[in-house]
Ligand binder design. Structure first.
Ligand SMILES: [Zn+2]
Length: 182
C-alpha cells in the first residue's frame, strides 16, 4: 500500500499508539488502514457418489483441478458465497449439507471454508474461469494435478470419511508454506 484510500496522501508503515504491530497509517488524515485475512468459501459438490471439480482457466495454477471456491463478497454469508462460486465456476446449483473443512493458510493470510453439498440435478458446465468440469471418485481423481494443497488435503480427508462412513466430522487444520515431509 502506497497511498491512503481516504484522502490520497502517502502512507507510512508504523505501529500506532496502543497497537503492537505495524500498520499503514496515512501521513495526512491519520487513518489507520488495517489489513486482515480473506475468507475463501467453496463447496465439495457430490453427485451419485462422485465429486465435481473444475480445471482452472486462470492463473495461478492454470490447467490444474480445484473445488469451486473463491473470495467472499461483502454482505454475503459463507454459504451464499459457496453457492455463488459453484454456480459461477461450475454452472451447477447445489444444496449445502454441512460445513466440512476450515483451514488457515497463515503465510498468504487466507482462511478456507469448504461445505459438503449435493448437486440439485446433476447439471454442470464450465464457467468463465474454468476450462472444463468433471465428476471424480477417489480412484479417478487427478490427485497429482490439483491446484492447491488445501484442496488435496480436504479431498483426502473427505474420501477417507466417506469410505469409513463416519458421518463427516468437521475437519480443521492449517496449510504451512514448507510442509514437513513425513
Ligand atoms: Zn489519508
Amino acid at each position: 500500500m502506497k497511498f491512503c484510500s481516504t484522502c490520497g496522501a502517502s502512507v507510512s508503515l508504523r505501529i500506532p499508539d496502543g497497537d503492537n504491530r505495524e500498520r499503514f497509517v496515512c501521513t495526512q488524515c491519520r487513518t489507520i488502514h488495517y489489513q486482515n485475512p480473506k475468507i475463501v468459501a467453496g463447496s465439495i459438490p457430490e453427485w451419485e457418489g462422485r465429486i465435481l471439480l473444475c480445471r482452472r482457466a486462470i492463473e495461478p495454477r492454470y490447467g490444474r483441478w480445484t473445488l469451486p471456491a473463491g473470495f467472499m463478497e461483502n454482505h454475503e454469508t459463507t454459504e451464499q458465497a459457496a453457492v455463488r462460486e459453484t454456480r459461477e465456476e461450475a454452472g451447477a446449483d447445489i444444496r449445502i449439507t454441512s460445513l466440512y473443512s476450515v483451514f488457515s493458510i497463515p503465510h498468504i493470510s487466507q482462511v478456507y471454508m469448504l461445505f459438503r453439498a449435493e448437486l440439485l440435478d446433476g447439471v454442470f458446465s464450465a464457467g468463465e474461469e474454468s476450462l472444463e468440469c468433471a465428476l471424480f471418485d477417489a480412484r479417478t481423481l487427478p490427485w497429482e494435478q490439483l491446484a492447491f494443497p488445501v484442496v488435496g488435503e480436504t479431498l483426502k480427508r473427505y474420501f477417507s470419511d466417506k469410505a469409513q462412513n463416519n458421518g463427516f466430522p468437521l475437519q480443521r487444520g492449517e496449510i504451512l508454506k514448507h510442509p514437513r515431509r513425513d
